[in-house]
Design a protein around this ligand. Structure first.
Ligand code: UDP
Length: 460
């Protein structure tokens, strides 16, 4: 799609959050808008910087402040990094300076607006000071956008902090969620930050000229309707323009922060159709060492062929995760382990019949749009609600909750891949894929939403 329309209808600037699950959809959105004739400038941190050489059609502007990169690198976990980044950017004024430079750049047109990730409050403040309107990109689902807007209610009504005996309690205001599906800040080591994180998106959304969500009407009509009602009071427009990875022509390798190991595609070529379980827990969340061992032996004992992504930092306390003794011999020829996979290509491969996932929203969307059923093991944040939707709304997989233990894993993996239940789930996954892909056709809801978004941007 990039370059489809060479006319410069105007300029747009975008500022991604520098994590894989946020960076990819922002670059994909940039590509979609570029394809509609808008010139694109990407502002970014030097931490986890996008690869400018892979996107010659965009202008890239790194934020020239080492303090920001140092603050991000020094923070221990994802939530702390977001606050460290915002604080450092606000303190130094570096984003304001960069935006001011873009606004006065000659002979380029100034951008008509800045698209930001929901949590980049400091970037929005800088834009507001300069009179530049912002649009917020939500890289999660519409259901999670609503959920995170409901934290005051969830505390008021006693759903949170979660009580052990109430984990199964339905959250009747947000069906089909249960208390166990709620990210509970009180369980997080840094409770104060965890409490604040859900409010960042409320703040940026309230101060924006519209929100873009990487979802579609096919997947979330009731959630989008509810969100439009809630936000419509303030006149905030909602654009459901997902799935961005299918709408954009950007190759996944071009937005990947890690090098993809393509040997797994050759290995998949040698496996029987629909036989392989793909296992990945995303780019950020770590798992405990005991859980890692149980996953390894559960996969080995299941007898199911598998492709498992074991990235650096996946296991708490092991920078380079080491597989248990005897594991490689036990799975020889039947199991393949890689550091990082070309995930979209893997899910699209005919040999893959199931996905054991942490249900990050990108992984969930990528699986849905290849018709691959899921075994859901959410670890954190919005993944918990995504897993519930996989099981109870779309019915294209099921949750593996409770303690990870090799015997339970073996059973769950086998249930996803073999037998009557597996066949039914696979059938529903194929049906949902067909329905979801229709949004992308000409006249489909996603295409219409992109048209409306472009008109909206040009009207700002
Ligand atoms: N991904 C990948 N290779 C891997 C594992 C993940 O390319 O081996 C990509 C995946 O396709 C997805 C992103 O990393 O686009 C992960 O985003 P998601 O929202 O699923 O989870 P997060 O990493 O944010 O927890």
């Amino acid at each position: 799609m990039a370059g489809a329309n060479p006319q410069d209808r105007g300029r747009i600037a975008l500022f991604p959050l520098p994590f894989q699950g946020h960076l990819s959809p922002m670059l994909q959105l940039a590509d979609v808008l570029h394809g509609r004739g808008l010139a694109v400038t990407i502002l970014h941190t030097t931490f986890n910087a996008p690869d400018a050489a892979s996107h010659p059609e965009f202008a890239f502007i790194p934020i020239p402040d080492e303090g920001v990169a140092d603050a991000i690198a020094a923070a221990k976990d994802g939530i702390s990094k977001i606050f460290a980044m915002n604080d450092a950017m606000e303190a130094s004024g570096c984003v304001r300076d960069a935006l001011a430079a873009i606004l006065s750049e000659e002979p380029r047109r100034p951008p008509s607006c800045l698209v930001i990730d929901t949590s980049l409050v400091a970037v929005q403040k800088a834009a507001v000071e300069l009179g530049l309107p912002t649009i917020v990109l939500h890289t999660g689902s519409a259901a999670c956008t609503r959920l995170f807007r409901s934290y005051a209610m969830l505390h008021e009504k006693g759903y949170l902090p979660a009580k052990e005996h109430e984990l199964d309690r339905p959250v009747k205001e947000l069906p089909p969620l249960r208390v166990s599906d709620l990210f509970d800040p009180s369980k997080y080591p840094n409770k104060e930050m965890a409490n604040k994180i859900v409010h960042l998106a409320i703040e940026t959304t309230a101060n924006s000229a519209g929100i873009v969500i990487n979802t579609s009407e096919a997947l979330e009509t009731p959630e989008l309707e509810a969100l439009r009602q809630e936000l419509g009071i303030n006149g905030t427009k909602v654009f459901a323009i997902g799935p961005l990875h299918k709408l954009s022509a950007i190759d996944s390798a071009a937005s990947s922060l890690l090098e993809q190991d393509r040997s797994c595609i050759e290995w998949l070529d040698t496996q029987a159709t629909g036989s392989v379980l793909y296992v990945s827990f995303g780019s950020v969340a770590p798992i405990h060492r005991d859980d890692f061992t149980e996953v390894a032996w559960g996969l080995a004992n299941s007898g199911i062929p598998f492709l498992w992504v074991v990235r650096r930092g996946l296991v708490i306390g092991m920078e380079e995760p080491e597989l248990p003794d005897g594991f490689e011999l036990a799975v020889d020829g039947r199991g393949k382990v890689v550091r990082w996979a070309p995930q979209q290509e893997v899910l699209a491969h005919g040999a893959v019949g199931g996905f054991w996932t942490h249900n990050g929203w990108n992984s969930t969307l990528e699986s849905i749009h290849e018709g691959v059923p899921m075994l859901s093991r959410p670890l954190f944040g919005d993944q918990l609600a995504n897993g519930r939707y996989v099981q109870d709304v779309w019915k294209i997989g099921f949750l593996l909750q409770g303690k990870l233990e090799r015997g339970r894993i073996e059973k769950a993996v086998t249930a996803l891949m073999e037998g009557d239940l597996a066949a039914e789930t696979r059938e529903r996954a194929k049906e949902l894929r067909t329905k979801a892909m229709m949004c992308l056709e000409i006249g489909g809801s996603t295409r219409r939403a992109v048209d409306e978004l472009v008109d909206h941007i040009l009207s700002l």
